[in-house]
Design a protein around this ligand. Structure first.
Ligand code: AKB
Length: 373
């Protein structure tokens, strides 16, 4: 088993060599400053494609950005990836390439950075998640809805490819809960889900109306050992590992023991994101894809940890996040992603538990503090 970090860097290379085979004309155009390779796109080398990609990443200091930015910099070159946020970036991110302040609710600022960076693509990660969104719905509307509008406008103006994550939160209580299909009822009951349904539909509208190459993945809960998640309902699946490694070896879970939710480990998440970002447009039968790796309940992840850390105990004290979780699918069907661009997850619950405990033991042992986002 490769460690989380080594896995991510290995895949930065592995996907690059795949891209050399499959990058067609339409794909290289977005990651290219010129069309001079027209007619010989299949022969384009991955290094040429990597040199041409210039990406602006919003919300770069969040849970996903902290790992996606170094991955993209390793693939496209450090200077080609502009990390942006309203928060101060971690030292490694700021030292590792360009970093700028960007409030995504400011349309002129989004446009200016896209122009100044000579971007060919935007990865728009800035967003309020489900739990924090319920605490401040007005702010969630502003950041999530206005932010997506501004990014799509800039993409239309400058002919960019855009990746904006969606989420399992677009589904609601009237959606089938097991093996939820890619195309189904989208009637969420959270402001987060509502703004993400709007984002999906707006992205599709900009694609049809203005030719924007919009792409999106419906992320499940994302588990990582580098940065903490920023206020979601699936955060328990990260918190539990930090608590398990404390001397008390107990965790009070804010969801019921039997609440199954779709989940994914960060290396799979980063790889899925880049694979969709670089997939040839001709292969895509839709712009928004379900993706998943595994599904488990708090009781199941707790048992996986206890098997590795005997004596670890979870207690249950469901709060308002239980209602959110109850409105989401237990498992989702990602067969369209598997069919269209070859999606294959590599980490199940046991692999996640092994790697999380190994990586956190090393890191917390050294510093005792997780990276705060
Ligand atoms: C959340 O719990 O809000 C997020 C998500 C599933 O999009 N992790």
């Amino acid at each position: 088993m490769l460690s989380h970090t080594r896995y991510i860097l290995t895949h930065a290379v592995r996907i690059a060599s795949r891209a050399a085979i499959v990058v067609p004309c339409d794909s290289s155009r977005v990651f290219s400053a010129s069309n001079s390779t027209a007619g010989s796109c299949r022969a384009a080398s991955s290094s040429a494609a990597k040199e041409r990609a210039r990406v602006v990443v919003t919300g770069a200091t969040g849970q996903i950005g902290v790992e996606l930015v170094p991955f993209l910099r390793a693939r496209y070159g450090a200077d080609a990836v502009l990390a942006t946020d309203i928060k101060v970036g971690p030292e490694a991110m700021v030292a590792g390439g360009p970093f700028a302040y960007l409030d995504v609710t400011d349309a002129a600022a989004v446009n200016r950075l896209v122009v100044e960076h000579r971007a060919t693509a935007i990865v728009h990660l800035a967003s309020l998640l489900s739990a924090v969104g319920e605490r401040n719905p007005q702010l969630a509307m502003k950041v999530n809805a206005r932010g997506s509008e501004n990014v799509l406008e800039a993409a239309a103006a400058h002919k960019l490819r855009v990746f904006i994550p969606s989420t399992i939160a677009v589904f609601g209580p009237s959606t089938p809960r097991q093996n939820t299909p890619n195309t189904t009822v989208l009637r969420p009951t959270t402001i987060y889900g509502t703004t993400k349904v709007y984002m999906e539909l707006l992205g599709e509208y900009y694609a049809t109306r203005f030719g924007v190459d919009f792409r999106s993945l419906r992320y499940p809960g994302i588990i990582s050992n580098t940065a903490l998640p920023g206020g979601g309902t699936t955060d328990y699946a990260v918190d539990i590992f930090y608590e398990a490694l404390k001397p008390s070896r107990t965790y009070s879970c804010f969801l019921r023991a039997d609440t199954a939710l779709p989940m994914m480990y960060m290396p799979d998440c980063v790889r899925a994101t880049v694979e969709l970002l670089e997939a040839p447009q001709a292969a895509l039968s839709t712009r928004v894809y379900n993706v998943t790796a595994t599904s488990f309940t708090p009781a199941e992840i707790s048992a996986a940890i206890t098997a590795r850390l005997p004596g670890f105990l979870t207690t249950y004290a469901p709060d308002f996040r239980q209602t959110i979780a109850d409105s989401w699918p237990a498992t989702i069907d990602d067969s369209l992603a598997r069919h269209d661009w070859g999606w294959r997850p590599e980490f199940g619950l046991n692999e996640i538990a092994d790697d999380m405990l190994r990586a956190l033991s090393v890191r917390l042992g050294a510093s005792k503090r997780p990276v705060q986002v």
